[in-house]
Write a protein that binds this ligand. Sequence first.
Ligand code: NAP
Ligand code: ZN
Length: 349
Amino acid sequence: MMKKSIAYAAYESNKPLSPFQLERREVGAKDVQIEILYCGVCHSDIHQARNEWGNSIYPMVPGHEIVGRVTEVGNAVKGFKVGDLAGVGCMVDSCGHCPDCQENLEQFCNTCVFTYNSADKAGKNTYGGYSDSIVVDERFVLHISEKLNLAAVAPLLCAGITTYSPLRHWNIKKGDRVGIVGLGGLGHMGVKLAHAMGAYVVLFTTSPDKAADAKRLGADEVVISKNADEMAGMSGSLDFILNTVAAPHNLDQFMALLKRDGTMCLVGVPDSPHLSPSIANLIFKRRKLAGSLIGGIKETQEMLDFCAEHNITSDIELIPIQKINEAYDRMLKSDVKYRFVIDMNSLRG
Ligand code: NAP
Ligand code: ZN
């Protein structure tokens, strides 16, 4: 039976989100049905709800930081049973046989189906986590530890994996000097995770009032990126920089802070391009500019297990769904400490 689900949707790029009803597909043999309890609010939700990437499909139900309880499983499901905690991140399907899928990097599969603003294999629009339930193929459902605060786990499904994956890919280890740019949802997870991996963490922020929090979260040093003298003091000193900024900005000021052979990895996806970086900054120290996209399902589970082991969750502001438009406006002013999470009981009324 198709199941009616209540949700909040963006109907147009320039209108506030408002209530919406949709139907989730019947639970198939390999499907898990989840009652959504909490959903994190990612800056990507704003970019897409407002069509800043130019690919939006309306009506759109955003949300890809989903946690909840399993309420039904198909008869071929092996890993989940009714009552289990479960999580869903940015992806809900992929081809399963291309080289990327075979290497557990489903996010790079050419037919990867994203949790919302995407079309599934049957050609139907996908709807995300600002809703009371979801039905997902078991291969894309994550196991969640019972020992952590569930609402604060939700942001790990995107902000957590998007920062964990590049830190692992560039092999960040004890003693490495790592810069994190921007203390928002992704950035604050980057600080916590790099710190837990043993790195010396330098946080770059445009918001001086976040300095004390950054230190509490695990930063060893805080640099106000608008202060040229403070920036110059870091010149040539970092092994790796993870840049989470959601707006176009001058990349050169950060490239210059890398050591020889250092890498800056961009994960922020602004609506318009950064100014092209200077060649001199790259060639004289053989520096690299790179990018990274979320992380595969296997690595997402590894990250969730790492966080359970190290007692890492997100610092959150819990909001009712009725406050979602206000939350978007606050995020755009870099005013969130440090991730909004929707309490989905507010939707059930
Ligand atoms: P967020 O919570 O809004 O954080 C972004 C932070 O960037 C802000 O808190 C602010 O930190 C800094 N910032 C904002 N505007 C700035 C500006 N004009 N100049 C310099 N710094 C600025 O956003 P988020 O949810 O962490 O997402 C960040 C970006 O990553 C978004 O573009 C999102 O779409 C993207 N994303 C990418 C992936 C991926 O797979 N690659 C996954 C998820 C999200 P300070 O106040 O500390 O300066
Ligand atoms: Zn996200």
